[in-house]
Each structure stands twice: as C-alpha cells, then as structure tokens.
Design a protein around this ligand. Structure first.
Ligand code: G3I
Length: 448
C-alpha cells in the first residue's frame, strides 16, 4: 500500500462517529441459530469468507477454524499480479490453484483478488508504461481470469484506483497514466474471459459516504449507464475504533445503482468498541438485500497484516473473541435474503434462427481490446464463426475464447471446445486484442 497504515485510520476517524457501546443484540431461538459464521450467513443467502494463503494450509489449528467457520475463501496474496505473472508472459498458478481446490473440496466459493492494482506488481510491469503496460495489463487480466474461468464467484478486477483525501479523483499510478479508460478495459477483458464471475471494483476508506466513495459511486453509475460490465463493489472495511454513521447508507446507495456490495477485507482495531463495530457492520450488510457477503482479512489476530492491532475474530490461540460472538449473533438475527439471479424475460419478440454478433471496443492510442458477443437466434447454435474486418495497418495480437488463423484484413474467429453450443436466445462472448484501430464494421456471424 502506498498510504501509510496510520494515515488511513486517521482519515476514517476524522469523519466518523462513535458506535454506541454495549448495544444489545436480538438473537433468534437457539433451534434456528446456526453455530458457525458460514452456516449462519447462508441462512440469508450470503457467504462469510476469510483471506488465506496456501502456505498456511499445513497449519492444522488454523485450518480447523477455516474449514469449520467459513464458506468462502480469498487469496490474501496468492492471486496478485506479482504472484501469478512473476515474469512477463510466464504464469504461476500453483498457490491459487491450491486455494481453489481446497475451497471446492469443502463446498466453499472463491473470491478472486486481484487482477489489477498499483501495488504488488511484478518488477517487470513496474518498468513498463504507455501502450506496452496497457497491453500487458489487459493480457494479464485475460490470462488469469481465463485460467480460473468458472471457479471464481467474484473478481476484484481493479483494486484501490481512487485517491485518498477530498478530491474523489483517480489515484495517480502507472496504470492510470495509460489512459483513464484502463479500468473499463480491464472489466471488459475480465467479462470476456470469465462471463460467469461477478466483476467487482474494490477499495478502502470507502466505509461511509465521503469524497472517495462518492468518486467510486460516480464511476459505477457511469459504467452502468454506458454498459461497462460491472456487477459489484467491494468495501474493504479496514476499520479503526469508530464506525462512520453512514456505513449502511453507503452500502444502500451502491445497491441502488444496481450492483451487489460485498464487505471484502473486514478487520477492526482492537479496543472497547471492537465487538460492536463488527456487529454493526454485519447488521448493515444484512439490512441491504444486495449486500451479498462478508470476508474477514485473516483468521487469528496473529495472522493479520495489522501486527499488534489484534483486529480479527479469533485470538492467537484460535479462541473465539467477543467480536466473534457478536458477529454470529448478528448473523443469526437475520435480515432480508439476497436476491436470486433475474429471470430472463420471455416477452421479447421472436428472433430468427442462426446467430448475430456485435463488437464493443476499448481503444487507446495504438491499440484496442474488442469484446464480441455471439447471440443465438431462435434455435440453438452448435458451432459458430464470426467474420471481422481488421482495418489496414493493424493486426490481431491475441484472442481468448475463440481461435483465428489470420491476423489482418478479413479475420475469422471460430468457437473453442467449450463455447460452441449456445442455447436459443443465449449468448457467449470472446475477445481479442489488436494494434492500430479497432474494427468498426458490424461483424458477421455464421452458425454451424
Ligand atoms: O512472500 C514473502 C516471503 O517470502 C518473505 O519471507 C516475507 C518477509 O517479510 O515477505 C513475504 O511477502 C509479504 C507478503 O505480504 C506475504 O506475507 C510481503 O512482504 C508483504 O508486503 C505482503 O503484504 C500484503 C500486502 O497486502 C501487500 O500490499 C499483506 O499480506 C496483505 O494482507 C495485504 O492485503 C491488502 C489487500 O491486498 C488490498 N487491500 C489492503 C490489504 C492490506 O494492506
């Protein structure tokens, strides 16, 4: 992090009010009360997750708690850029794969953290700029999201891209200097690579209505208006000794934009208010139907990145703290269930058989990323090809979820093994990256 830890909590505290101490918590009858965090959250359709690392999987007391309490995992570090692409174009997924395997074997979902961030970049990326960095970054998004395709509940596509303080503006970074559209380019590439994952923007010091969270709110509203694929906002919630009085209101305003909200990195500085703050955050999430899950940033106090602040739910000996009981009771008190996926509309007019394709471009000086949606007509499609004309002077440099044999002029993209079958009225997406100017003419689509 480029922001000193101390500074972050000071900023939070400045706009914060004290949480009322010793709030009493209503608990439903013990016959209905679940006895673990994950099981209790699941009663309202939510998850309760934890950040972990593959190197801790051999710690038996630690894993006993992980397996008992949580139904979602996120990699504290193992899926970051420096961990997954230590050398350009050479990917290492060993630790991320171990985390996913463990989660799958225990019926847990996985949050992906994080595809692009100004911090924890490999040194080769830190040395790039301009189109070279943009291409490398989008390729990173594509390769990593493709590798984990179908296994990730939600991706933090972009992490911490907004500045602290009162500006509500983007943070300066090497990624930001590639052009303001780098965030939407990343979201489009992630959608093309893994259409089933929810795509989140994640940040800290957003734990109430303030200039930074409003800057993010405006970006999400703009993305929704322009059709940039975004599904969720992550509020990290690294909290100090007070909680902003607008914490729930802030969750609600994002939900009202039509995105899910997830509490993604919750930890709270030890102090007399710790249990109350944990419980208040839990209640705030439960009160908003689109707040779909909570993740704590570590298991025991001794596992935390906030050394000495004892900000978690278990002490160093693995014992449940008062904060644990407060969270469990808040979860068991319930709240509205999370909404299920929208049912596709059946009122659309009939569409012809065959398929159609449409392309969305994210362009920058000297290059672009294209996302192509292939939509089946009134009959199922078994195999498809899409014809695109690449403007002269440019060429396709790589493609995902499709194959191509030529790279310039007229280029035909064909389905790969897993996306040739599209149900009637359904769609699949592929993408490609190119140099020069992106194709502007409508692509053709041929079924069969
Ligand atoms: O892997 C090396 C290890 O080989 C070496 O022995 C050890 C010596 O210190 O360092 C290890 O790497 C450390 C890594 O954590 C794994 O423990 C890095 O130095 C250290 O910088 C890294 O810190 C992580 C930090 O992100 C980096 O910015 C924290 O664990 C992790 O909790 C923290 O997580 C971030 C989220 O991703 C984003 N939001 C804020 C949050 C807290 O800063």
């Amino acid at each position: 992090m480029s922001i000193p830890r101390k500074g972050r909590f000071a900023l939070l505290s400045a706009a914060a009010v004290s949480v009322v101490a010793a709030a009493s918590i209503a608990v439903i009858g013990s016959a209905e009360a679940a006895s673990t965090l994950g099981a209790s959250a699941a009663q309202t359709g939510r998850y309760f997750g934890v950040a972990t690392s593959a190197f801790k999987f051999s710690d038996t007391p630690y894993m006993t708690i992980v397996n008992r309490e949580f139904n979602s995992l996120v990699a504290e570090n193992d899926m970051k850029w420096d961990a997954t692409e230590p050398q350009q174009g050479r990917f290492t997924f060993t630790n991320g794969d171990r985390l996913v395997s463990h989660a799958q074997a225990h019926g847990m979902t996985v949050r992906g953290h994080t595809l692009l961030w100004h911090a924890q970049q490999p040194s080769w990326a830190q040395g790039l700029s301009g189109a070279a960095l943009r291409n490398a970054a989008i390729n990173h998004v594509t390769q990593v999201a493709t590798h984990f395709r179908g296994k990730i509940h939600s991706w933090d596509v972009v992490n911490e891209a907004f500045a602290d303080g009162g500006s509500g503006a983007r943070r300066d970074s090497n990624l930001q200097r590639t052009g303001n559209d780098w965030i939407e380019a990343a979201f489009r590439a992630a959608r093309a690579a893994d259409p089933g994952a929810k795509l989140c923007y994640n940040d800290y010091n957003t734990d109430g209505i303030n200039a930074k969270s409003t800057g993010i709110y405006n970006m999400v509203r703009d993305f929704k208006a322009r059709g940039v694929p975004i599904d969720c906002v992550g509020l990290q919630s690294h909290l100090g000794t007070t909680l902003d009085s607008t914490y729930q209101q802030n969750i609600q305003r994002f939900a009202d934009l039509g995105v899910d909200v997830q509490i993604t990195e919750l930890d709270v500085q030890q102090g007399s208010n710790q249990a109350n703050i944990f419980a208040s955050v839990t209640r705030a999430c439960l009160a908003v139907a689109r707040c779909t899950g909570i993740t704590v940033w570590g298991v025991r106090d001794s596992d935390s990145w906030r050394t000495g602040q004892n900000p978690l739910l278990f002490d160093a000996g693995g014992n449940k703290k008062a904060a644990y009981t407060a969270v469990l009771n808040a979860l068991n008190a319930g709240g509205p269930t999370t909404p299920t996926s929208p049912t596709p509309s059946t009122s659309n007019p009939p569409v012809p058989a065959g398929c159609s394709a449409r392309v969305t471009l994210n362009s920058w000086t000297g290059g672009y990323t294209a996302t192509v949606r292939v939509t089946a007509g009134s009959s199922p499609v078994n195999g498809w090809s899409v014809g695109v004309t690449v403007p002269s002077g440019g060429a396709v440099t790589n493609a995902w979820n499709a194959t191509n044999t030529s790279t310039s002029g007229p280029v035909t993209f064909r389905n790969v093994s897993y996306n040739g079958s599209v149900a009637a009225g359904g769609f699949t997406e592929f993408g490609f990256q190119g140099t020069g100017t992106g194709p502007t003419a409508n692509p053709t689509c041929t079924a069969g």
